[in-house]
Design a protein around this ligand. Structure first.
Ligand code: ADP
Length: 324
């Protein structure tokens, strides 16, 4: 392998820049030619590709978003689009591609490998919803952003003796919701991975809390649940109608995706980015970088895509104990 292209795909996440930096600099350190591909797989289809030097990734480790920009690419899901991307890759002399993104982006990489490209995946998403990895780049930053917002909301919930419903991101996974719920002392955490009963698990819990002397309540509503039962504003109204407790809903939205990455996201992105390139240099490819038992490992991409992951049940049980 002489030339490696790097791209970010799917939703952006804080720490993607730290990963790009690690990929580019590790490659240059080993004497490889490094190319940046803009806007996810779109850049491969359109030829939006440029040489990257060590200086092109200066002063980005602390910045959210991705300097390569990211996008979803419809063309890349077709054979025709893949063939075009393969021709363009050949034209630019690309021997291997590092994709920083989620499960969808891994699927794109896996399909592209069938056309002869050597691929490597890095887990980048705030949702931590990549089945094969315990940890994804951006997850820690997003949780800290939500935590900060929750602490502020709790201040006014306390002052006004209110109930607050906070809707948080996570797509179809409740990892952000669960951890923030524990860290922020939420009374109720609604996760897409678990069934719940509106009257018993929400209304009764709030009323029991009031009978036990509670004066304010935090309810975390995961995005994947909001999609099914309605958003924070709708849920707030229902709770207020039934309990008589003033209830306010907040949808945090895109502030969760931006911002300067935490130290954990920067360090993990650096370690994983460097490992991806080291493996490629050693002739190992069609793998994804992943975290297992807190260690950074690599897995076969097909194996990784077949894996399943659940939320941490012990944490969920703990949240029930600690919210009485
Ligand atoms: P994420 O990587 O965050 O899960 P998406 O699911 O939106 O994000 O996937 C990002 C991009 O990866 C898609 O726009 C598409 O170009 C590509 N992709 C997703 N799924 C597939 C697939 N099954 N086959 C080929 N490409 C895919």
């Amino acid at each position: 392998i002489k030339t490696i292209g790097v791209l970010t795909s799917g939703g952006d996440a804080p720490g993607m820049n730290a990963a790009i930096r690690a990929v580019v600099r590790t490659g240059i350190y080993y004497g490889l030619k490094m190319l940046g591909i803009r806007k996810g797989y779109n850049g491969l289809v359109t030829g939006d590709i440029f040489d990257m030097s060590a200086r092109d990734v200066s002063d980005i480790i602390h910045r959210g978003g991705t300097i390569l920009q990211t996008a979803r690419c419809k063309a890349f899901t077709t054979d025709e689009g893949m063939q075009k991307a393969m021709s363009i890759s050949k034209a630019f002399g690309i021997d291997a591609i590092v994709t920083i993104g989620g499960d969808g982006s891994y699927r794109g990489a896996r399909d592209f490998s069938k056309f002869g490209m050597k691929v490597m995946g890095l887990p980048g998403t705030i949702d931590n919803d990549i089945a094969s990895s315990e940890y994804t780049i951006g997850y820690d930053t997003a949780m800290n952003t939500v935590q900060d917002a929750l602490d502020k909301i709790r201040d006014t919930a306390y002052s006004h003796e209110r109930c607050s419903v906070l809707e948080v991101m996570g797509r179809r996974a409740g990892h952000i919701a669960l951890n923030v719920g524990i860290a922020g002392g939420a009374e109720v955490i609604l996760l897409p991975e678990r069934e719940f009963d509106f009257d018993k698990d929400i209304i009764r819990k709030i009323i029991q809390g009031r009978n036990n002397g509670k004066k304010n309540y935090i309810i975390i509503l995961a995005e994947g649940v909001a999609e099914k039962i309605g958003g924070a504003l709708e849920l707030s109204k229902k709770i207020e109608d039934l309990t008589g407790i003033e209830t306010r809903g907040t949808v945090l939205g895109y502030i969760q995706r931006g911002g300067s990455p935490t130290i954990q996201d920067r360090v993990m992105a650096s370690v994983m980015g460097a490992k991806a390139v080291k493996l490629l240099k050693d002739g190992v490819y069609n793998r994804i970088i992943s975290v297992k038992d807190s260690k950074v490992i690599d897995l076969d991409i097909d194996e990784a895509l077949a894996m399943k992951k659940d939320i941490d049940n012990d944490l969920l049980e703990l949240s029930n104990v600690l919210s009485i």
